[in-house]
Design a protein around this ligand. Sequence first.
Ligand code: FAD
Length: 456
Amino acid sequence: MQEKQKDIIIIGGGLTGLTLAFYLKKAGKDFLIVEQQDRTGGVINTISEEGFIYETGPNTGVLSSPEIVELFDSLNNDCKLVIANPESKKRYIWKNKRWNALPSGFISAVTTPLFSFYDKIRILGEPFRKAGLNPDESIASLVKRRMGQSYLDYAVDPFISGIYAGDPHRLITRYAMPKLYRLEQDYGSFIGGAIEKKKLPKSALQKRTTSEVFSVNGGLTYLISALNNAIGNENIITACKNVKVDKSQNGFLVSFNNEAGQIVKLNAPKVITTTGANILSELLPFISKELIQPLSVLKYAPVVQVAVGFTNWKGLKLDAFGALMPTKENRNMLGVLFPSAIFEGRAPKNGALLSVFLGGVKNASLINKSDEEIKLLVLNEISETLGENAAPDLLRIFRYSQAIPQYDISSEQRIFTINKIQDENPGLFLAGNIRDGIGMSDRVKQARMLAEQLNN
Ligand SMILES: Cc1cc2nc3c(=O)[nH]c(=O)nc-3n(C[C@H](O)[C@H](O)[C@H](O)COP(=O)(O)OP(=O)(O)OC[C@H]3O[C@@H](n4cnc5c(N)ncnc54)[C@H](O)[C@@H]3O)c2cc1C
């Protein structure tokens, strides 16, 4: 049996764990990442095959936090940030059996068929509507109250499908879309708040924190390999099985079977978990089932992601970021991204790469369909909505039964429980997307804040 002592152990080598490790390494800390898979990156992974470069997990991020901007600055020599092609800014929404661009200016906002005439008039009153008083208001209720049913059905509902694969009636605004919640609470209006916020003085870093969509040259895997290189292989152990954390005299005892099947035991005064909520009870057996229950019940949306490549695309012009499907339209896909329109080199010349999403909380059983059934569904969606009937040259299916956590009405109790567990067990930190946001920018922000806490 091997036994070691470390100052800090990070469980999980996805983006959260790796970013945390990156900043701990910079600060000269003694740490180790313990990862169960035989590679790091978690849900982030890029594959290059038959002239296509496709993502099996997240496709793009948004430069929405100063922390992600700074991370790319630090990794500049080892991975190259790429920003979405400006011509791919459009987002299409399906209505009346065709794709309609989400309005981007005054004229398109007035002429769009997406929203009802009544709601278009009513939106003029948005800045004068009272702020809500219920801190646990759902996104659906908030949007309907301030903007109207058609904005909910044909803008926010598909947008929520695209981000959360979720249901706006169940997601609580202050947890799931905290920036939107703050706009109403701080400024009394979405429109007024957005205008006021634009006027605020900004530091150089804040000016670089935008809604720009990013990837990395060659795919997001290169962000992971750049982080791995900076952290150093000696600080990462992969292929760890049966990972458990127990209390010990000086903090915690982390044990697991290594790749060779040997039992490894590591003592550390500080342990940070970055895994999903569903395995925490098993990972931390010293915490009573009763106490940890509000974490164990966190619901995740299942997602099926399908990479589809055509070497000779003859369908609709792919001049957008992608297209989203409102629930009301009752179709099978949640949406489709156009990676080859967003970034250079993702498909052969004249070809196209699509990333189709299916399932989500509203169509959860779809994940159980066979590959053949999913393939038929996807090709049918592509044929009927994008006008390409040819057989694809590449089609790869990726299933995530626990893809995106749903920040629903149970969130307050979950955050309270996380804080309580941390208070009762000094040195233990429960991180990852069980709190603080689901996007890559949120993950980097949380990890950076945690690193600062641990470096003090
Ligand atoms: C299909 C999909 C599409 C997405 N699309 C986008 C997008 O377009 N834009 C965006 O910003 N975000 C997107 N996201 C969200 C974003 O990818 C994630 O929030 C982020 O990558 C999560 O990083 P993480 O490190 O917190 O978790 P993970 O990537 O899940 O990493 C957790 C790590 O912990 C490891 N682990 C689990 N259990 C144990 C254990 N017992 N012992 C040791 N290790 C363990 C796992 O193997 C994994 O490596 C998407 C997510 C999914 C699933």
